[in-house]
Design a protein around this ligand. Structure first.
Ligand code: NAD
Length: 357
């Protein structure tokens, strides 16, 4: 028998532990904040070392989604789902359908989507049980090109802040990971006249990108020591840490990877090295912005125009961070909180946002 147990977590609207022995589902859905709208956030499946680790992840990620939507001026709140288990060994149609029924039981307060360990095909299965699923292939589809477009705009904003000009012509960008987002980003940067250094643990991917963009390919560990102006992390998280930060000669870190800082204190380590850090949840919002434009019929032009606004958001963020003498990450958190506080104060509820279109 399926059981949903409520967990009381201060600062979070609703956290639900989902259990279903028949399908083997063990999952947690966290709704951090719905001030701006329904809580949107992907469903991650991962072989966590137990429930405590899964809970930490879902709480951190759902809060990040609240801030991401607030900074991107979207009518979404922040939420996330995590399924405990190895996607390769434990995923089944029955398990995904059961997760879909738990999502449905939240009546649209949580909207799920693809994330690490889940695929578009999995979302099609979940969708048989609930309509609260976003980013399906026949709607906005793969968000990577929108995410890369936002990262490109973010790099432009960072270059303007650090160097005082807008052109990327002749600047060198080191890209770690040339998968879905990194590959699109390499193409866009190359067209803008940037010189590229790329790496990937998948040598074929690195080779393919370097041959079409004239990038120099280096070994994965060498990417931190390259003589570049910008480092764009497009692979995994925690890549900015005590080991890597002292090795950088770049002036800017700007890329889509989630949770780039191993710990928040590394935002200050980057300041100490005079490296401008572009907060990940601001620069990588292109994908979620794209989802916003999927209904009633996907409007790619409007989506990409909104994504381009990441440039203005970051120009403003860097200026304010500098004026206050704080890290861009702290300033981004403050600006997101500020937007939520204004919305709460004005009673700018999701119904009112919907009413104004
Ligand atoms: N896809 C999106 O729209 C989107 C949106 C927001 C954030 N992100 C984040 O951006 C990052 C990239 O996403 P993606 O969709 O391009 O993923 P992806 O899996 O398509 O690409 C990641 C690439 O990084 C490579 N890689 C992994 N570890 C590496 C390492 N140690 N050194 C070098 N290369 C390594 C992989 O081989 C792969 O080619 C992820 O952190 C993701 O969470 C993606």
């Amino acid at each position: 028998m399926s059981t949903a147990s409520s967990m009381n977590v201060p600062g979070y609207e609703q956290v639900v532990g989902c259990q279903d022995p028949a399908s083997g589902l063990r999952a947690i859905i966290a709704i951090h904040d719905t001030t701006l709208g329904p809580a949107l956030g992907g469903c991650r499946m991962y072989a966590y070392d137990g429930e405590e680790q899964a809970l930490d992840d879902v709480l951190r990620l759902s809060r990040g989604m609240t801030y991401k939507s607030a900074m991107a001026e979207l009518p979404f709140g922040g939420g996330k789902g995590v399924i405990i288990g190895s996607p390769r060994e434990h995923k089944s149609e029955k398990l995904l359908k059961t997760f879909g029924r738990f999502v449905d039981s939240l009546d649209g307060r949580y909207i799920t989507a693809e994330d690490m360990g889940t695929s578009a095909a999995d979302m099609e299965i979940i969708r048989t049980q609930t309509r609260h699923v976003a980013g399906l292939p026949e709607r906005s589809g793969d968000p990577s090109s929108a995410t890369a477009w936002g990262v490109f705009q973010g790099i432009r904003a960072a270059v303007r802040h650090v160097f005082g000009w807008e052109s990327l012509e002749g600047l060198t960008v080191a890209i770690q990971g040339v998968g879905n987002v990194g590959g699109h980003l390499a193409d866009t940067l190359s067209l803008a006249g940037a010189r590229l250094i790329v790496t990937d643990i998948n040598e074929d991917a690195a080779h393919e990108v370097s041959s079409r963009t004239f990038a120099r390919a280096v070994a994965p560990d060498d990417i931190f020591d390259t003589d570049a102006d910008v480092f764009a992390p497009c692979a995994m998280g925690a890549v900015l840490n005590d080991e890597t930060i002292p090795r950088f000669s770049v002036r800017i870190v700007a890329g889509p990877a989630n949770n780039q800082l191993a710990e928040d204190r590394h935002a200050d380590s980057l300041i100490d090295r005079d490296i401008l850090y572009t907060p990940d949840y601001v620069i990588n919002a292109g994908g979620i912005i794209n989802i916003h434009y999927e209904k009633p019929a996907y409007d790619r032009q409007a989506a990409f125009a909104h994504v381009a606004g990441i440039y203005d958001t970051l120009v403003d963020l860097f200026r304010r961070a500098k004026a206050e003498g704080v890290s861009p990450l702290l300033m981004a958190d403050c600006m997101a909180e500020e937007r939520l506080a204004v919305a709460r104060h004005d009673g700018l509820t999701r119904e009112k946002i919907a009413a104004v279109g």
